[in-house]
Ligand binder design. Structure first.
Ligand code: MN
Length: 320
């Protein structure tokens, strides 16, 4: 599919439900808000419904205050637009509101996307879902205003690791330049999103760094966030997001792994980053997860030590 085909699909409907994945980050939030703004400019109705709340650091983006956690009784949508989600499990609780015969428009850049929609626009070459929504603005020839530019820039900036990751293309920078010309202030965006850590989050980072380990060949680095660390530091799970960049930043490391204990059961959230030699989307898929070739994740049941063993074994296999 292409932006033009999605445009044709969108034209057929007037009332849209928009959603994205659980624990939304910049791309999920920014692409949803920009999509809602675009639909309204086209004279359509759009309602944003998410499983989990918008992180505090993204709440400055206009439109995020409209993202609801509950479905209004009187809103009967004709189509659902799902952004940045490789499968329906990723939208969590929102599945309860998706009718069996619902028309789903799937807009995503995950290589692991399983084409779950009636319309599937999946572009693994794109940096972000935000970049795809930008293309839709262009396909509809709709002028981008400052609020929309801020939402799109947040999506692109966060998913490219501030224009550092290998998914950053000349097109990504051209779009960013256009958004800056519209009025986006890069430093302001960066500082609002990344320079708002709490002292609790930094203390947690300190605890987590103490657990860092490296394989003998120096190619895999990993660390833990245990529930007791969260308790001790009073940090939020949200505050653990950037931790994986530390093992990744070690010279010679090819795979970085973060193990996070979550929930009440023995359940570990595992995040992977690769510097390009290993496809960590495939590694995550070994544990029923997915994502991108250089950034992915999965959830594994078991004690953190057991999960570490299992995951490391597979990671080593993939490296050899
Ligand atoms: Mn994304």
């Amino acid at each position: 599919m292409s932006a033009r085909r999605v445009k044709a699909a969108i034209k057929k409907f007037n009332k849209f439900l928009i959603t994205s994945h659980i624990n939304p980050e910049g791309d999920a939030v920014g692409s949803q808000v920009a999509m809602a703004f675009l639909l309204r400019k086209l004279g359509k109705e759009a309602f944003m419904l998410d499983d989990s709340p918008v992180p505090g650091s993204l709440q400055f983006i206009k439109g995020t205050e409209e993202i609801s956690k509950e479905m209004p009784h009187d809103f009967d949508y004709q189509a659902v637009i799902i952004l940045d989600s490789p499968d329906l499990a990723r939208i969590g609780r929102i599945n309860e509101y998706i009718k069996k015969d619902a028309v789903i428009i799937n807009i995503d850049h995950h290589v692991s996307n399983i084409n779950f929609g009636k319309f599937n626009w999946v572009e693994p070459e794109f940096s972000s879902a935000g970049e795809m929504v930008y293309d839709l603005f262009k396909a509809f020839k709709v002028k981008i205003t400052l609020d929309e530019a801020i939402a799109l820039y947040a999506a692109i900036m966060t998913d490219t690791g501030s224009f550092r990751y290998s998914n950053t293309s000349s097109k990504t920078h051209r779009i960013a330049a256009e958004l800056i010309d519209i009025g986006v202030e890069p430093y302001d965006m960066h500082s609002r999103i990344y320079e708002t850590s709490s002292i609790q989050d930094i203390n947690l980072l300190g605890e987590s760094l103490q657990t860092m380990k490296l394989t003998e060949d120096g190619k895999i680095a990993w660390l833990w966030v245990k529930k007791e660390m969260l308790k001790k530091t009073k940090a939020s799970l949200e505050g653990t997001e950037g931790i994986i960049s530390f093992p990744r930043s070690i010279g010679g490391v090819e795979i970085a792994i973060l193990f996070r204990e979550t929930g009440t059961e023995d359940r570990v959230k595992v995040s992977f980053r690769s510097k390009g030699k290993v496809d960590v989307n495939k590694l995550a898929a070994e544990f029923k997860g997915g994502g991108h070739p250089t950034a992915s994740g999965c959830t594994v049941f078991g004690k953190i030590e057991e999960v570490e063993n299992k995951v490391l074994e597979k990671a080593k296999e993939m490296l050899s």
